[in-house]
Design a binder for this molecule. Structure first.
Ligand SMILES: Nc1ncnc2c1ncn2[C@@H]1O[C@H](COP(=O)(O)OP(=O)(O)O)[C@@H](O)[C@H]1O
Ligand SMILES: [Mg+2]
Length: 393
């Protein structure tokens, strides 16, 4: 694999940009012109080293070349400073506001805590550590992960983990489903990403959760649209910290996928921390059952037997939740035979009565097992495990 030079180049670019600003403020136009040209050539280098983003860098490079040209012609005034970052019009601003509004609408309130998650002890500790490191004062050399990738079978708690991370930090939580943004804002979806990170930085600490990141990937190149490619490259640029002014604001990006093998090199390299979220084992299954039967009497249940059967059937956390709900419904129906007949009563009448319950029994679960089927096979699980071995960590 070629050496990744993008980091050092970016640093050099940031440094040069500062030197440009300084020269300008001292009215040393000749130095400013040279620095502008250097900025441009660094960006052109970057374009070579970061192919998935080369267009973005080339565009920026051209703007810097324009600045140098304007200085040379003596046309360079205060206005030109603005034009290095792109001239802004009223229309741009209106449009940007609209995207920011959409970004604000993606903010979800998370009341989820670590205690709502059964099992996944190692994963939880890892995420807690990352979050703590990001939030603590620390020497510059210690950099927390900016992006964490959660991968594993569907329904294993990836979304739940992201919500718990946000809930525990009391962070602004952006719940972004890649396919939703794409279908709603097709050609403009990359602007949504920019807006999301703008809003996230202003409301830090923030967690940006990108669900189904595989929908954006370029590996299955035939069925990836130009729109998703652009959305992805903007996302990766954000993760590079290109816009990371004031790096002490915490904006953590969590991404999730059920199909990690669809992710290409560019994505993987921006998510060096990759966490496997596996199917629950017996102990985790027992915990998930307890979480999903809270408030009910489960003393008559043989939790070990239920857990064992669930593991054998390759149940995910979601399957176990559904199993519990089925079992609870079996109990409710048995205890409240003519429940449906009450449907004619007005709400205030209904509200006076309460459901009859009894302790959950094994037979409630035996019936429920018949209704819940995991979509997974042993071979699927092996595929995750193999990927985790090769790329996880
Ligand atoms: N480890 C777990 N502990 C408790 N509940 C879980 C767990 N995993 C999944 N669930 C249940 O399944 C639902 C779906 O899980 P989710 O986090 O959306 O899965 P994923 O994002 O991995 O597809 C959750 O809302 C929760 O009710
Ligand atoms: Mg999910």
């Amino acid at each position: 694999m070629p050496v990744d030079l993008s980091g050092p180049l970016l640093n050099e670019f940031e440094k040069t940009k500062k030197e440009f600003d300084r020269a300008l403020s001292q009215n040393d136009l000749e130095t400013a012109r040279k620095k502008a040209l250097k900025c441009a050539s660094l960006l052109r280098e970057l374009a070579k080293h970061v192919p998935y983003n080369s267009e973005f860098y080339l565009k920026k490079a051209k703007k810097w070349e324009k600045v140098a040209e304007q200085i040379e012609k003596g046309e360079y005034g205060k206005k030109a400073v603005v034009s290095a970052e792109g001239k802004r019009t009223q229309q741009d601003e209106d449009e940007e506001d609209q995207f920011k509004e959409y970004a604000r609408n993606l903010i979800a309130k998370s009341n989820v805590t670590w205690g709502d998650i059964g099992g996944l002890d190692e994963v939880k500790v890892l995420m807690m550590e990352t979050i703590v490191i990001s939030a603590l004062q620390r020497p510059k050399a210690i950099q927390p992960w900016k992006g964490i990738l959660l991968f594993g079978p569907p329904g294993t708690g990836k979304t739940l983990l992201a919500s718990a991370a946000a809930g525990s930090l009391n962070a602004t939580f952006f719940n972004v489903k890649a396919s939703n943004v794409l279908s709603k804002y097709f050609g403009e979806s990359s602007k949504i990403i920019t807006a999301i990170y703008d809003v996230a930085r202003k409301n830090a600490p923030s967690i940006v959760f990108i669900d189904e990141i595989d929908a954006l990937t370029t590996k299955r190149s035939n069925d990836t649209s130009e729109a998703s490619r652009r959305m992805l490259s903007t996302l990766l640029t954000e993760l590079e910290g290109f816009y990371d002014k004031g790096s002490d604001v915490l904006v953590l990006t969590l991404a999730a996928t059920n199909t990690p093998w669809d992710l290409d090199e560019a994505v993987l390299s921006r998510f060096p921390k990759r966490i496997y979220v596996p199917l629950p084992d017996k102990k985790a299954t027992r915990e998930i059952i307890k979480i999903n039967t809270k408030g009910l009497d489960i003393s008559k249940l043989d939790l070990d037997a239920i857990a064992e059967e669930s593991v054998r059937r390759l149940y995910s956390g979601r399957d176990i939740r559904n199993l519990c709900q089925e079992a609870i419904w079996n109990m409710i129906r048995e205890e409240n035979r003519d429940l449906y007949k009450l449907a004619n009563l007005p709400f205030h009448e209904l509200n006076k009565r309460s459901l009859r319950t009894r302790p959950l029994e094994m037979r409630d679960f035996e019936e429920a097992f018949k209704k819940i089927k995991s979509p997974l096979t042993r071979r699927d699980i092996e595929r995750y495990e193999k990927w985790a071995e090769e790329f996880g960590g």
